[in-house]
Design a protein around this ligand. Structure first.
Ligand code: HEM
Length: 91
C-alpha cells in the first residue's frame, strides 16, 4: 500500500490547523520519514543536519526573514519542494 506523505501530514483529523507551519507542534506524528519496518534509517542524521544548519543560519544571519510579497518558487510534483525562497537579513 502506498501513502501520500505530503497529504497525510496535512490530515485535519490528525493535526489541528494542519496547513500552519508550526516547528514546535507536539505531538507531531508525521510520516515524512516513513513508518514501521522501513522507517528511514537516516532520520537521526537528517534531523541533526537540519538542527545544525538552522541554528547556524539563525545565529549568523541577523533578523533572517522572508522578503514580503515575493512569491515562493515551488517545484512540480507531489512533494512541493521549494526551488527558490527569497530572504533578507541584516549584515
Ligand atoms: C530529510 C531527509 C530524509 C527524508 C525525508 C527521508 C525519507 C525517507 C522515507 C519516507 C523512507 C521510507 C521509504 C519507504 O517506506 O519505502 C526512507 C527510507 C530510508 N532512508 Fe531516508 N530520508 C531522509 C534522509 C536519509 C539519510 C540522510 C539517509 C542515510 C544516511 C537515509 C537512508 C534511508 C534508508 C537506507 C532507507 C530504507 C530503510 C528501509 O527500507 O528499511 N535517509 N527515508
Amino acid at each position: 500500500m502506498n501513502a501520500w506523505n505530503a497529504s497525510a501530514n496535512r490530515d485535519g483529523a490528525h493535526f489541528p490547523d494542519p496547513e500552519r507551519f508550526d516547528i514546535q507542534r507536539t505531538p507531531n506524528r508525521h510520516l515524512t520519514f516513513g513508518y514501521g519496518i522501513h522507517f528511514c534509517i537516516g532520520a537521526p542524521l537528517a534531523r541533526l543536519e537540519g538542527r545544525i544548519v538552522l541554528s547556524l543560519l539563525l545565529k549568523q544571519l541577523k533578523n533572517l526573514r522572508r522578503i514580503p510579497n515575493v512569491s515562493v518558487d515551488v517545484g512540480p510534483g507531489p512533494l512541493h519542494h521549494i526551488n527558490n525562497l527569497p530572504v533578507m537579513f541584516e549584515a
